[in-house]
Ligand binder design. Structure first.
Ligand SMILES: [Zn+2]
Length: 354
């Protein structure tokens, strides 16, 4: 399947079909963002069991990553089992404006995985490399500066990945204040009555980080030894990366992702949050594409001055870096990793698999 402008629409149609066939109940949500079409919604499919335990599976926090995420959620409806007494919610295309526009960030260029921290903190590292990731003009040379960056300077660059709140046209922009997506998150929480649950597990599906076809599990917890961390490791294995613990060995810490925000909204609820990252391209391939895609979005008036071959190549790389769904083996690896997480979560919650 090659991606086209219709891919997001098709994914939405397919997930609805699979969910209804599975007998799920449903609701539609939309952040109050300008220019969003009425049916470009975040769709929530749910089943309320009787045990006070729920698994929530979220796709599309980074819009375009919701294309493969949707395929995982469709598989879930088509074939993955769960005990009747367990509650399940599938949140499809969380960042709907990004999903339907095939971007990672929303209409305001906000990266929702950097948006939900308690305080949107200043990131002093970003200003120092801003000229690299927000070039004045998009040219081969501007991307080569990044490609030829000495290893010694790469660390400073990667420190920017955690997010920034000052430059709306920049990468990893978390916004200056919490916006309509935060309100939508709260609305979904109260609609699903998550606060009334004893135990909630959130599986957040992402792509783009790590080696091709290799799954990486990320926990946002701030300690590797807390009760929550011990439980996370006992469910998902010692390979879980605690990205916000210093020297975690992965790319960078992340400030403002969805799972900790949900946990804060659910005081007293036993909460386990895990993100699945399915690796695609190397940083040397995907970051120039990220830089280019972001530049093109923010400079529509200059697009016709950029070498069209560069535009085509980097936009293709952008799609391949976050949604290489035409590679069946990659897709299979993603579904297997997600299904394993699903089974581990069910067993972790104390159920038998059947
Ligand atoms: Zn992501």
């Amino acid at each position: 399947m090659l991606l086209s402008n219709d891919s997001a629409r098709q994914a939405q149609e397919n997930v609805w079909r699979a969910a209804l066939r599975r007998g799920m109940e449903f609701a539609r949500f939309s952040p109050d963002l300008d220019g969003l079409k009425k049916d470009e919604t975040t769709d929530v499919f749910y089943h309320h069991g009787t045990d006070g335990k729920m698994i929530v599976v979220i796709s599309g926090v980074h819009g375009i990553e919701g294309i493969p995420g949707s395929l995982v959620q469709q598989s879930l409806f088509r074939g993955w089992g769960w005990p009747e007494e367990l509650s399940v919610a599938v949140v499809h295309a969380f960042n709907s404006s990004a999903f339907y526009n095939m971007r990672r960030t929303d209409k305001n260029n906000i990266d929702l995985n950097r948006h939900f921290s308690e305080t949107l903190d200043h990131n002093p590292d970003y200003a120092g490399i801003r000229h690299l990731v927000e070039p004045e003009m998009l040219t081969e040379d501007s991307l080569n500066i990044f490609r030829n960056l000495p290893k010694s300077e790469m660390g400073a660059f990667l420190a920017t990945v955690k997010g920034q709140c000052e430059f709306p046209e920049g990468l990893f922009y978390g916004g200056k204040e919490r916006g309509p997506s935060y309100e939508m998150l709260k609305n979904i929480c109260s609609f699903l009555h998550l606060q009334e649950y004893k135990e909630v597990v959130v599986i957040d599906l992402h792509t783009g980080l790590g080696p091709y076809k290799v799954a990486t599990l990320l926990s946002p917890l701030l300690s590797k030894t807390s009760e929550d961390a011990v439980r996370t490791k006992s469910w998902y294995g010692d390979g879980v990366n605690f990205i916000n613990v210093k020297d975690n060995g992965v790319v960078s810490s992340v400030q403002g992702d969805v799972a900790p925000a949900l946990q804060r909204l659910l005081p007293g609820v036993k909460f386990t949050g895990i993100a699945l990252e399915m690796g695609t391209n190397t940083i040397a391939e995907s970051f120039p594409a990220l830089i280019a895609e972001n530049w093109l979005y923010n400079h529509p008036e200059l697009v016709n001055k950029v070498n069209p071959a560069l535009v085509t190549r980097e936009m293709e790389m952008f799609l391949k870096s976050f949604a290489p769904v035409e590679d069946k083996e990659w897709l299979k690896a993603l579904k297997m990793a997600a299904c394993k997480l699903w089974c581990q979560s069910i067993i972790g919650l104390g159920y038998e698999l059947y």
